[in-house]
Ligand binder design. Structure first.
Ligand SMILES: Cc1cc2nc3c(=O)[nH]c(=O)nc-3n(C[C@H](O)[C@H](O)[C@H](O)COP(=O)(O)OP(=O)(O)OC[C@H]3O[C@@H](n4cnc5c(N)ncnc54)[C@H](O)[C@@H]3O)c2cc1C
Length: 450
């Protein structure tokens, strides 16, 4: 579409300068003469940083490929083009009693994007990642061939493409197994905790008893209030709605404010009001799925509230035994730096293994912080958060990132070279150029000197 912006959600990095439509990219790839590093699939730009960008080449808009091709209402297997949005999949399958087994915090992601980042949801402890529910997909590579990939066929490409951040080729379509649910509604309970110690006591039992569990932390609270928050748990209601409600935003931010609206005084007031409001209703209550899974989708373009410089998100995961010191250290570092995180989310990841070669989730606790971009000050804090994470044996999420250094990436994904080995030479992202390629060049220089 003319004039459309092919950016990433954080708005802190420039949008892609060149984009082509999926059909044109398919024709180019089938022709077999695409320049190295010139392409990268683009879903709906819901990645926060530059993993969905290719500054040196073009992004391929996959959204025009948006047909649901088949759905088996008995088994819940759905086959669709890669550009179909999760919101459309939900709308299609819900009346038949099915729901995606894994959904991230927004339903405005494409099927291809969900596979390429092997996204996770509030039920990681039970269902693992999105990739655990992918039966097969078709992948177009720059040799001009389309590969059908599954556990049994082209298994290496299957594993590398799930979580492969678009680097193995273009996913054209996929078959996924949906989950049977009694209704879309959720019976939700909010339990307040006074500090992180109390949260860690609650977390495992909450996972065992519930399909979904996630905690919200009041990151601004210090002193005795440090680490306080609310744990939200839920299960699908036995009796409730089967109709997907209108997926659009109820409110929208129409223009970009010239400054960051989500400043510290606002956050303090918001956190206090939110905690109070939610804290009252700790008895189970039945809620609609949109508010439970996708609360931020209710406000269109909310990322604009951060002003023209955008935001950085930092998502870390640390092993369970390190979490009791690492999570407080991460929160403390942000507080000491005087940087408020609008939404701070803490969750326990389980041990369900993904078929992916590289995947962010691993057993332990994952903390997500959103910071307005205040230039060097924020970058300095983020580097410190990286050090704490890596020092605790953890990992930083690449598809939420716009600035981690190559060393942090290598420590987070020691097996990155296995993806590089099957990367399609025609595909490159700004993230990969900034991290893995630097390591690769470094490795080449060492080898040459030996
Ligand atoms: C409000 C909000 C909440 C979120 N919550 C979560 C969460 O709870 N859990 C979580 O895991 N993530 C979460 N995310 C991140 C988001 O789910 C992922 O970044 C997702 O992968 C974005 O999908 P997309 O379709 O927008 O793809 P893009 O962001 O456009 O691209 C993502 C990656 O997929 C590749 N890609 C896209 N389409 C194709 C294709 N057809 N073939 C090959 N490669 C392709 C791109 O090259 C890129 O590497 C959240 C994001 C937002 C904005």
């Amino acid at each position: 579409m003319p004039g459309e912006r092919f950016g990433s959600f954080g708005l802190a990095t420039p949008a892609a300068r060149h984009a082509i439509q999926a059909d044109d990219a398919v024709a180019l790839l089938k022709g077999g003469s695409v320049k190295p590093g010139s392409l990268l699939g683009y879903g709906n730009g819901r990645s926060y940083g530059d993993s969905c960008q290719n500054d040196a080449g073009m992004v391929v808009d996959m959204r025009p490929l948006n047909r649901i091709r088949a759905f088996n209402a008995e088994t819940g297997v759905l086959e669709a083009d890669a550009g179909v949005l999760l919101s459309d999949i939900i709308a299609h399958a819900a009346p038949h009693g099915f729901f995606p087994a894994v959904v991230p915090g927004t339903q405005f992601v494409t099927l291809g994007g969900a596979i390429a980042n092997d996204v996770h949801g509030k039920n990681h402890h039970r269902r693992g990642t999105f990739g655990c529910h992918v039966e097969s997909f078709t992948l177009l590579r720059s040799d001009g061939r389309t590969y059908r990939c599954s556990d049994a066929d082209n298994a290496r490409l299957f594993q590398a493409t799930i979580g492969g951040m678009g680097l193995t080729g273009l996913i054209l379509s996929a078959s996924i197994q949906l989950m049977r649910v009694p209704s879309l509604d959720i019976v939700e309970t909010a339990t307040s905790f006074r500090d992180l110690g109390e949260f860690f006591e609650l977390a495992e039992a909450a996972d065992q008893a519930n399909e979904y569990a996630v905690a919200w932390i009041d990151q601004l609270a210090g002193g005795h209030g440090a680490g306080r928050g609310l744990l939200f748990t839920g299960n699908h209601a036995e009796h409730g709605s089967h109709a997907a409600s209108h997926a659009g935003a109820r409110l929208s931010v129409p223009v970009q404010p010239p400054f960051n609206v989500l400043n510290r005084p606002f956050l303090k007031a918001f956190n206090a009001a939110y905690r109070w409001k939610k804290g009252r209703s700790s008895a189970p209550r039945q809620v609609g799925y949109q508010g439970f899974f996708f609360p931020l989708d209710g406000v269109g373009n909310w990322n604009r509230l951060y002003g023209p410089k955008g935001l950085y998100q930092h998502q870390s995961v640390v092993p369970e035994d390190a979490a009791r010191h690492a999570v407080p250290a991460l929160l403390d570092a942000a507080r000491r730096a005087g940087q408020g995180s609008f939404l701070t989310v803490l969750k326990r990841f389980g041990a369900v293994r993904s078929p992916a070669l590289l995947s962010f989730p691993r057993p332990g606790f994952t903390l997500t912080l959103d910071f307005p971009n205040r230039g060097e000050r924020t970058l300095g804090l983020l580097a410190e958060l990286d050090r704490i994470t890596v020092g605790a044996g953890g990992a930083v999420n690449p598809y939420k990132d716009a600035r981690m250094d190559a060393g942090t990436f290598a420590a987070s994904f020691p097996e990155w070279q296995r993806l590089e080995a099957v990367r399609d030479p025609a595909f490159m992202s700004s993230f990969w150029a900034r991290t893995a390629k630097k390591l690769d060049v470094g490795r080449g220089a060492v080898e040459a000197a030996e």
